[in-house]
Design a protein around this ligand. Structure first.
Ligand SMILES: [Zn+2]
Length: 438
């Protein structure tokens, strides 16, 4: 199969469709975080050390270095920023940009997925908005509780576990252990899909920001391991097939560019046969991010993931025995209370943008995030720095909108001028007709 693996090999690779269909070609972009990362990741220290150093970072230094903003937002590529700005204006002028989706990285993901073709990205983005509304995605945290989760996990072990060597969340699924019939007794396809969407939303809202803060670089994609031991045509029943394809479709249509790579491991002859069929349905770029291994996968996994972050059943050192197993623990930076408080503080401030307009003169009261217990001076200072970052982001958004309004005003002015000219020409013509009549 095609492989885009290996450091420094990501330049625009053009791959041809090898599915036997036609000459599908698409360029493979480098990982989404590439040009956003900090120039120096300060080696491989432990996450808890990094968090401590982050929390005790002097406010003035944070302000000057802008490192907090770079961590959360990434250093932007100027060409990308321009295209995103143009895309944003186009959607805004047409009234197609809800404020909650007016986010730089969301827009960039859709543009990248469509090779920066504005019209194609717009179609995809509108399709995404329609789906969000129809599926009530924003209401899921309130309306949907996956109460059967623990039972489902027992027969379908899956979940997030730790981070890869670059700090991305690692998602593991032991799909070969699933008994589709038992699964359908515990839940329904509809509920399982809702659960999947809820997890995707949590990854965007909590896991990526937490991983970014922990690894001090912008994180925006996931590394996945799919253990297909025992999977073949026989146990891939119709409902299982439907569920699998539905989830693939949701991920590629509505959460584009969030996949770093997938390791499919323990693939036997049955799976390889199945894979040939499934692969033809996959987006070429997605297919290029997937590597299929037999039982000889460990060295590839260890190249990407530290053994401490890898469960023993995959050849690593982690057992998460206190949680009843690695796939029950959901362990990772998104579980660290300090990071969750910081993320909560940011999201709370985002709902309070109107207080930020005056930058330096925000009252101390409005700076203290409600519900968040500020335990010491350092945390308070960090939250001050976060305030500032949030204000800057809000101001950037406002500036973008103002620019778009300015452009619209110019267009209206030009139309008015043109109308005025037409009016004058018509008046002249009328006068001319009058003269002719006389
Ligand atoms: Zn573990």
């Amino acid at each position: 199969m095609n492989s885009a693996k290996g450091k420094g090999k990501y330049k625009d690779i053009v791959i041809g469709g090898d599915s036997g269909s036609s000459s599908r070609t698409k360029s493979i972009h480098p990982p989404i975080e590439t040009h956003w990362s900090l120039p120096n990741c300060e080696g491989k220290r432990t996450s808890s050390f990094l968090i401590k150093s982050l929390l005790s970072y002097p406010l003035m230094k944070l302000r000057r270095s802008k490192s907090m903003q770079v961590i959360l937002e990434g250093a932007r590529d100027s060409r990308d920023a321009q295209v995103v700005e143009d895309f944003r204006k186009m959607l805004f002028i047409e009234g197609l940009l809800p404020p909650q989706q007016n986010d730089y990285h969301t827009l960039l993901r859709f543009l990248r997925m469509r090779d920066f073709n504005m019209a194609a990205a717009k179609d995809m983005f509108l399709n995404y908005l329609k789906w969000r509304e129809e599926s009530r995605v924003d209401m899921l945290p309130k309306e949907f509780k996956f109460t059967e989760y623990t039972e489902v996990k027992k027969i379908y072990p899956h979940g997030f576990h730790g981070v890869d060597r670059d700090g991305r969340p690692v998602y593991i699924e032991r799909i070969g252990m699933v008994d589709p019939n038992k699964l359908m007794q515990l839940t329904t396809i509809e509920r399982f899909i809702k659960h999947h969407v809820s997890e995707q939303e949590k990854t965007l809202r909590v896991r990526y920001p937490a991983c970014s803060l922990a690894s001090k670089r912008h994180i925006a994609s996931t590394t996945s391991i799919l253990d297909v031991n025992g999977v073949g045509m026989s146990n891939f029943s119709k409902p299982a097939r439907y569920l699998f394809m539905e989830i693939l479709k949701i991920d590629s249509d509505y959460y584009p560019e969030t996949l770093n790579q997938i390791f499919i491991i323990n693939a036997g002859s049955g799976f390889r046969l199945l894979w040939k069929a499934v692969k033809t349905f996959l987006d070429v770029r997605t297919a290029a991010k997937i590597q299929v291994f037999g039982s000889n996968y460990l060295s590839a996994l260890l190249e990407a993931i530290d053994p401490g972050n890898l469960p023993t059943f995959l050849g690593g050192n982690c057992t998460c025995s206190e949680h009843g197993g690695c796939l029950m623990s959901d362990q990772g930076p998104w579980k660290y209370p300090e990071l969750l408080e910081m993320i909560q503080a940011i999201s709370m401030r985002e709902g309070n943008d109107d207080k930020c307009e005056n930058g330096d003169t925000v009252s101390e009261d409005s700076l203290t995030p409600k519900k968040v217990d500020i335990q010491n001076k350092n945390e308070f200072l960090t939250s001050l720095a976060l305030e500032e970052t949030t204000c800057m982001l809000a101001l950037q958004k406002i500036n973008g909108l103002e620019a778009a309004i300015g452009d619209t005003k110019n267009i209206i002015k030009k139309l008015e001028d043109a109308l005025q000219n037409t009016k004058m020409a018509l008046e002249e013509l009328a006068q001319h007709i009058e003269e002719l009549k006389m």
